[in-house]
Design a protein around this ligand. Structure first.
Ligand code: S3P
Length: 438
């Protein structure tokens, strides 16, 4: 098997204007809701990464006509909530936890059977968090003994609404249950231990589906409604912008403008955490695009200091910790993260994999069951194993801006799941990154 390797020369600065690709969470949901709506949905700014393409292909396999993507433009001919057809083949969700967890909810309400599968990483990830509450609603889903995919979803079940308190703060589980709730009799109410991204709620409203928000932690839907096709403008993904926010903060002489970035308050923990560390980030031209807040972000290099990361910010920055750990490694003093055990069940065990990589670069990084303690210091060059985790790969690419020697990162093909064109865009901003296949 060939491996895609990033080789990054040390030093440099990030400057200019960049637009990172579209938001992954919003792109997935735009395809799903567009497919389930009555009428046509036109999506612009769609993320043409492998994860969202897995969602797109799955709906095509269930009989939905989808044109594109063509430069981020996708047209979905909705079939209505009851218009999907069984797929002849299992649906392959690739590396995408969002596809698998959200789709298990909406597929539990269909009249036909479906098998959901994925790659080596996805078939290791915990699925009981969705299969258990779905079973309470009346769904029938078989998983492996360890509660992992492949998931066999038996259609034709009568779903009932439930009132469910999520044991972990997870937008994927919340969204899964809301999607099942569209097919359930009565009300489905989900309460989170802490607020998580609310793109599902915003988009349901955008498609004209009534929704009841109760405070900032509970949301309820009534089954039996209908979605109406609409236009969706997908903003740039703050999770992809995060690598550049960190890179420009740590690289002296940087001055970067990141354009049209989604700044939904349930996603901006990375900005809050970097600002607490002393980062210089301005939020410019705040505006609304299709129900989602958007802004341009100007970031200039600044000396960072280690902090104790407030736990309430963890769900609001859950995908940005690999990048934030690089910021912590370049900060003066100690950074302590707690309350983030979820990082161990992402595309890789992001606490262990980051700690191992930071150690290779000479940084003291002590993993704990639910976080990490990082002592800022001087980074050396070295060879990093990303374990096929896109965000680990891109985070260590940024670390080279402050490293004493080149950084070589292995197993980078999955960068394409969330950030197609990363190498070219990062190079245009000033990162001396090249890719090679070995
Ligand atoms: C996502 C939710 C998050 C996040 C993932 C995308 C979503 O997962 O890590 O990349 O689109 O709902 P959890 O909600 O399980 O933390």
């Amino acid at each position: 098997m060939t491996d895609l390797v990033f080789i990054v020369k040390p030093g440099g600065a990030l400057c200019g204007h960049l637009r990172v690709p579209g938001d992954k969470s919003i792109s997935h949901r735009a395809i799903m809701f567009g497919a389930l709506a009555e009428g046509t949905t036109t999506i612009t700014g769609f993320l043409e990464g492998e994860d969202c393409l897995a969602t797109l292909r799955a709906f095509r396999a269930m009989g939905v006509r989808i044109d594109g993507p063509d430069h981020g433009r996708v047209i979905v001919q909705g079939v209505g909530l009851h218009g999907l057809h069984a797929s002849a083949e299992p649906l392959d969700m690739g590396n995408s936890g969002t596809s698998m967890r959200l789709m298990s909810g909406l597929l539990a309400g269909q009249s036909f059977h479906t098998v959901l599968t994925g790659d080596a990483s996805l078939t290791r990830r915990p699925m009981r968090r969705v299969t258990e509450p779905l079973a309470l609603m009346g769904a029938q889903i078989d998983a492996s003994e360890r509660g992992t995919a492949p998931l066999r979803i038996h259609g034709g079940q009568h779903l009932r609404g439930i009132d469910y308190a999520l044991p972990v703060a997870s937008a994927q589980v919340k969204s899964c249950l809301l999607l099942a709730g569209l097919y359930a009799e009565g009300m489905t109410r989900v309460t989170e231990p802490a607020p998580t991204r609310d793109h599902t709620e915003r988009m349901l409203e955008g498609f004209g589906y009534p929704l009841r928000r109760e405070g900032d932690r509970s949301v309820a839907v009534m089954g039996g409604g209908c979605l109406t096709g609409t236009a969706i403008d997908v903003p740039a993904d703050i999770s992809s912008a995060a690598f550049f926010l960190v890179g420009a903060s740590i690289a002296p002489g940087s001055d970067l403008l990141l354009e049209h970035v989604g700044v939904n308050p349930t996603r901006t923990g990375v900005i809050d955490i970097l600002q607490l560390m002393g980062a210089d980030i301005d939020i410019l031209n705040p505006r609304l695009a299709g129900g989602e807040p958007v802004a341009d972000l100007r970031v200039r290099s600044a000396p960072l200091r280690g902090i104790r990361i407030p736990e309430h910010l963890v769900p609001l920055a859950i995908d940005e910790f690999p990048a934030l750990f690089i910021a912590a490694a370049c900060a003066e003093g100690e950074t302590v993260l707690t309350g983030a055990a979820e990082l161990r069940v992402k595309e890789s065990d992001r606490i262990q994999v980051m700690a191992d990589g930071l150690s290779v670069l000479g940084i003291a990084a002590q993993p704990t069951p639910d976080g990490i303690v990082i002592q800022g210091g001087a980074l050396a060059g070295g060879t990093i194993d990303s374990h096929g985790d896109h965000r680990i790969a891109m985070s260590f690419a940024m670390a080279a801006l402050r490293a004493g020697g080149p950084i070589r990162i292995q197993d980078c093909a999955n960068v394409n799941t969330s950030f197609p064109g990363f190498v070219a865009l990062a190079r245009s901003g000033g990162l001396a990154v090249a890719e090679s296949t070995v």
